[in-house]
Design a protein. Sequence first.
Length: 204
Amino acid sequence: MAGDRRFLILHGWQNHRPVGHWQRWLAEGLQASGEHVLYPQLPDPDEPTLAAWLQALRAQLRRLCDGDGERVVLAHSLGCLLWLRHAERALVGERVDRVLLVCPAGPAALPDSLRDFHGAPFDRDALRGAARSTELVCTDADPWCPEGAAAFFGRALDLPTHVVVGGGHLSLDEGYGPWPAVATWARTGRFPVAAGLTADRAAA
């Protein structure tokens, strides 16, 4: 039921929450239907540091986890790496219900200034501890993840994975934009197969 849950939306590198981006579109749509939505501008998005973003995320999680109801996190690009690094140090009171990682950036595409966001391999057990359920949405040819996100993130972390064929980085440049499939997931926890997504289990 609207109002019984809270959503936290995490943007990526060089993202200033532009009008038209699917994250802004989703936030506005959820708010219009009475949902509680947190969509913060993370500090220094053009020159982010992991420490500053982790601090900002922790502050948002205190608001997200204050009260009853489902807690849902949706992250894009560098915001996905932020969540993965947070999971390694998450407190019990910061555990959420559902997480959607959309097109996490791969190490080969990021500059050295952002190496702290990748660093050591991510911890799949910590990821399970940070949320009841975590899923990945990626594409078959993301220029920001030349390693291939379905394998590099999905298989490595044993995540249920949804592949959007021809979706690029699933950003405003590719027309995302209004994205009904992600709104369906936000509200129901399920992606409609007819929405251009190929459901897959990366670990299979």
